[in-house]
Design a protein around this ligand. Structure first.
Ligand code: FAD
Ligand code: ZN
Length: 466
């Protein structure tokens, strides 16, 4: 039997797709990469995944694990060789259990993040992982990329929420590590190897995640600042006055919001345009009245100190959602606007003002008229520092011709400030060369040793990360 026949026998013929339009699995979210899959394979259980991996191991076929296909670094689509299979987790979509006393949720890897948030919410609990792609990304993809998002400031990255994993190894063995334990020092912590490994070490088939009690009230506000250092001052003030109640602190540059205004005209803009707009979220265990009072106190102090020159607090859930929509529409508005050179960088918060002023100036000098689409998770020192062609210039041409030089300029500035050239999106194929160049030789050697130990045939997501 051929490899494909064996797959069809193992999973059933309808779960091995080779014909028709496979672009949902072969084309990435940014529409930058179109691969060609040998087949799209849709296992329905962990045992199915193990069977697929045993066959791929026996036939030395490359496997690209894929969840929601919302990744931004060309990590979850096959290359164009036609030799790799896409292993889609779409059918692994069961919430296995919620333990209210232990504050944990266990779910299959293919569950959409928003479905899990809603499952927790229905039990009065909070799954504190939130990103603009939450309606389509999966928990397996979130853990595979160690996703960040808008709640990292308070709750950490996906890694920090992961207590246990179930993984199918490259050889097709099942590692059942779905403990909900907060404490378990029994040798190497294997879950942390797989979290953030971008499908290069094994297939995550299920996870146990930390939950938290739902806050009694959450309030959201927008504040305008003239300069980025005022946004940092506002962050400090908010942290000192609100403590761990500060659950979101997002910054949006003027040009980023102007793209939202252009492509999403129906979205309300409660504040006038300003060089920088900050979105703050505060969650309180007491109730709405106390939350509003504390929040208004903070903003009043910020206005008085001249840190902020205009602010508005959402008066209803709908208004709060509309403010978040402004922030979350930025990547979508950018995609509408056309191709651009994306950076997902982090530096210490103390270095962010210097990074932005230095890099803005250097880019403007090198590419007169260049447009900078700046936004991100300022509370985490993480900016989406995106570079768009000068007005009127061809975006695709700018990307093709200048991407390397622009990346070098931006990443050198990041490195000079002790930062990271990939804060939350990962490496995929897009930043593989950057990793090889910028990571220390010792770190790379340790990574290669881990890869060789877990995937000696090199069939797990070949060509990604390393
Ligand atoms: P995919 O795109 O399918 O895969 C991503 C990577 O994970 C690939 O390397 C893939 O091989 C691997 N993978 C997928 N499933 C598994 C599995 N079960 N086992 C092992 N490996 C697996 N990211 C952030 O971190 N923060 C953000 O704020 C954020 N905002 C975004 C906003 C928008 C509008 C979009 C489109 C993307 C955003 N992203 C963000 C990027 C993306 O949504 C995340 O990386 C997300 O975690 C990917 O999940 P996915 O299920 O779509 O994974
Ligand atoms: Zn982000």
């Amino acid at each position: 039997m051929s490899f494909l026949e064996e797959l069809r026998t193992a999973l059933g013929p309808t779960q091995v797709l080779t014909d028709g339009d496979l672009s949902a699995w072969e084309l990435d979210w940014r529409k930058r990469w179109r691969g060609k899959a040998l087949a799209v394979v849709r296992p329905g259980s962990t045992e199915d995944v193990a069977a697929v991996m045993r066959l791929c191991s026996a036939h030395r076929v490359g496997v690209v694990p894929q969840g929601g296909n919302t990744g931004l670094v060309c990590g979850g689509v096959p290359d164009d060789s036609g030799t790799q299979i896409v292993l889609s987790t779409q059918r692994l979509n069961r919430v296995r259990s919620i333990d209210e006393d232990n504050l944990t949720l266990t779910a299959d890897a293919g569950c959409v993040l928003q479905t899990l948030q809603e499952a927790a919410y229905a039990r009065g609990l909070l799954l504190p992982l939130a990103l603009a792609s939450q309606g389509s990304c999966t928990i397996g993809g979130n853990l595979g990329t160690n996703a960040g998002g808008t709640q990292v400031l308070r709750w950490g990255n996906a890694r920090d929420l992961c207590l246990g994993l179930e993984v199918v190894t490259a050889q097709g063995q099942i590692w059942s590590g779905l403990t909900g334990l907060r404490k378990d020092n029994t040798g190497y912590d294997l879950r942390h190897l797989f979290v953030g490994s971008e499908g290069t070490l094994g297939v995550i088939t299920a996870a146990t995640l930390k939950l938290a009690p739902q806050p009694a009230a959450t309030t959201t506000a927008l504040a305008n600042c003239e300069q980025l250092d005022q946004c940092v001052a506002l962050l400090r003030l908010a942290q000192s006055r609100l403590g761990s109640g500060l659950t979101g602190f997002e910054v949006m540059g003027q040009h980023a919001l102007s793209l939202v205004a252009k492509h999403f005209v129906q979205l309300p803009r409660p504040l006038p345009a300003a060089p920088w707009t900050v979105l703050l979220e505060y969650s309180d265990t007491e109730g709405l009245e106390q939350a509003t009072t504390r929040f208004e106190g903070l903003l009043g102090a910020a206005l008085e100190q001249g840190i902020v020159n205009d602010a508005t607090v959402a008066q209803s859930l709908a208004q709060a959602q509309a403010l978040w929509q402004l922030r979350e529409s930025i990547p979508l508005a950018q995609a509408e606007e056309g191709l651009n050179i994306k950076h997902d960088i982090s530096v210490p918060v103390s270095a962010i003002v210097d990074f932005v002023s230095h890099t803005d100036a250097a880019l403007r000098q090198a590419y007169p008229g260049v447009q900078l689409v700046n936004f991100g998770h300022l509370g985490d020192g993480n900016l989406h520092y995106n570079v768009q062609a000068p007005t009127g210039a061809d975006g695709k041409r700018f990307l093709d011709e200048q991407e390397h030089a622009v990346n070098t300029l931006v990443f050198d500035a990041v490195a000079a400030r002790g930062g990271s050239f990939s804060a939350e999106h990962g490496i995929g194929a897009l930043k593989r060369d950057e990793l090889a160049q910028r990571k220390s030789p010792v770190a790379l050697q340790l990574m290669r040793s881990i890869k060789a130990a877990l995937d000696p045939l090199g069939i797990m997501n070949p060509g990604r990360v390393l």
